[in-house]
Ligand binder design. Structure first.
Ligand code: PNS
Length: 163
């Protein structure tokens, strides 16, 4: 059984992330989407909210499990028996950070392999931060995220505006 761990902040989960989860299902038996705390960022959604939104968005995909994790990625890998880490590469600018992370993870755990996949061109410019910016500025963002995420973003922005 081949298992890949797909870690990220997923604040929020986008169609680009969904694209990767779907593609990974063609290579791996199990895809575990691992939502990270990522304390350096100020997220729109809590860890549990992000986990639930991904689970709802991927409920039609039998090979997908969604978990939240704190601490080191390599520890989460060992905990879930993952053979590899999956990360998306959209543009060349992603590469330096991704290379550094992949090499650090391999240094921490020599058997840690990182697999990079590219989303389809249609999703290659989609990022969580741009989706949030477009949504905050009242642009049409629905086409970039799964339906449960679009609803939740709208609700969160309405809550924030009502404060
Ligand atoms: O979606 P992001 O914010 O680019 O994801 C970054 C993430 C969560 C994959 C990375 O910050 C991470 O792996 N965090 C867990 C802590 C850890 O293991 N840090 C060392 C990695 S080199």
């Amino acid at each position: 059984m081949k298992t890949v761990l797909y870690p990220g902040s997923f604040d929020p989960f986008t169609n680009g992330h969904m694209d990767l989860v779907t593609r990974a299902g063609q290579l791996f038996d199990r895809v575990i989407v691992a939502v990270a705390v990522n304390s350096g960022k100020n997220p729109m959604f809590t860890l549990e909210e992000r986990r639930q939104l991904i689970a709802e968005s991927c409920s039609h995909l039998a090979h997908v499990e969604v978990v939240a994790f704190e601490g080191l990625l390599v520890e989460a890998m060992a905990l879930y028996g993952a053979n590899a880490v999956l990360r998306g590469l959209r543009a060349f600018s992603d590469f330096e950070y991704e290379l550094q992370m992949a090499l650090m993870n391999r240094n921490l755990m020599p058997q840690c392999e990182t697999i990079f996949m590219m989303p389809t061109l249609k999703n290659s410019f989609v990022s969580s931060s741009l989706v949030k910016e477009v949504a905050r500025l009242e642009g049409d963002f629905d086409r970039y995220v799964p339906e449960p995420v679009a609803k939740a973003v709208r609700a969160r922005l309405a809550e924030q505006r009502a404060k």
